[in-house]
Design a binder for this molecule. Structure first.
Ligand code: SAM
Ligand code: SF4
Length: 327
């Protein structure tokens, strides 16, 4: 599907739950967020159906996220049914890594080997402070287990001024001996109300820290839909990515739609939901009507995150939690 800005839209990100067992402060408040009741979530049958329909109109990539996707009961069953849909080149998952160890063998068997893990610090205390949980060892263990089992892992680290900028180089160093992509992400204001005006540590700041430490840093050309500006350090096994998620410099290559756990479609991360596909499905529409609705939403996808933000019904993004959006 091509949108009105000539972008090919073929990637969907689905949050399977808004629940999480961590409390990363940039994502949600210490007390959590008011979770949706189970009946409000898209059922696994509904998710599989909408992925089938999206596959028919050209979608090729799906990422499951959350909240923490492995927290939802029988998540592996959903992955089993989705892996039977042939349109998707690969199935991706973004996880905090605390609950997935016991599923590694089953994931491998399903051929689901592309996992993004979130690790914002290599310092155990700082990790605890950021996530408000003491799970650093578990997450690192998961990282090593995934690498040993041949998974293609990306590490996501949100970089925040005064919090974890000192982690940029140690995290980048993981790419020396491991074929892992380490991606640094600008903080966005989707934190469930903690702060509206962030003290931004920008992609540019991150780039200059990296360049100061690695003068031979090379820029790599980006592929379809890449949101990260990609860098390589000569001799390192993995690459580095910097994602200007707040500065929004990559919107001209955006290839994605997002669907929240309760079926709210975001055609841009910065809109506040353009259509509820769960209610539409539950009204008894046919697959063809569903496909037409997706076509219409894609046609109306805004030019960039700034345009999308202007169209918001609610004035600020800060009251939303990334846990209900999916990142
Ligand atoms: N729980 C899983 C995890 O943490 O990987 C999946 C959901 S989480 C919402 C997806 C991604 O969004 C994570 O990499 C997380 O770091 C990122 N994220 C959450 N809140 C963010 C924020 N305010 N700004 C930037 N990235 C954020
Ligand atoms: Fe949970 Fe992921 Fe949000 Fe952290 S970023 S609180 S792990 S959903």
């Amino acid at each position: 599907m091509i949108d009105s800005f000539n972008r090919t839209i073929d990637y969907v990100r689905i949050a399977v739950t808004d629940r999480c067992n961590l409390r990363c402060f940039y994502c949600m408040p210490a007390e959590g967020i008011p979770y949706e009741p189970q009946a409000h979530l898209l059922s696994y049958e509904e998710i599989t159906r909408l992925l089938r329909v999206l596959g028919n109109i050209g979608f090729q990539k799906v990422r499951f996220t959350g909240g923490e996707p492995f927290l939802r009961k029988d998540f592996m069953k959903l992955l089993e049914s989705v892996s039977a849909i042939k349109d998707y080149n690969s199935i991706h998952i973004t996880s905090n890594g605390t609950l997935l160890q016991k599923h590694i063998a089953a994931l491998k068997q399903l051929g689901i080997t592309k996992i993004n893990l979130s690790i914002d610090s290599l310092d155990r205390k700082r990790f605890h402070k950021i996530t408000r949980r003491d799970d650093f060892d578990k997450v690192m263990e998961t990282f090593h287990m995934l690498m040993e089992n041949g998974f293609k892992v990306k590490l996501n680290a949100v970089i925040m001024k005064g919090i974890n900028t000192q982690d940029i180089i140690p995290l980048a160093e993981l790419a020396k001996d491991h074929a892992v992509d380490v991606r640094f992400i600008e903080e966005m204001p989707f934190n469930g109300g903690y702060k509206e005006n962030l003290e931004m540590y920008s992609a540019r700041d991150i780039h200059s820290d990296l360049r100061a430490h690695y003068p031979d840093l090379e820029r790599l050309s980006s592929k379809h839909g890449d949101t990260a500006s990609l860098l390589s350090i000569p001799g390192y096994k993995g690459n580095i990515g910097v994602i200007a998620a707040f500065s929004r410099t990559f919107c001209n290559t955006c290839n994605r739609l997002r669907i929240s756990a309760k079926g709210e479609i975001k055609s841009c991360l910065y809109d506040d939901g353009v259509f509820n596909i769960r209610d539409y499905m539950r009204s008894g529409v046919t697959d063809e009507e569903l496909a037409d609705k997706f076509r219409e939403i894609i046609r109306l996808k805004p030019k960039d995150g700034f345009e999308a933000e202007k169209m918001r019904k609610a004035p600020t993004a800060a009251m939303q939690s990334m846990s209900s959006i999916g990142g």
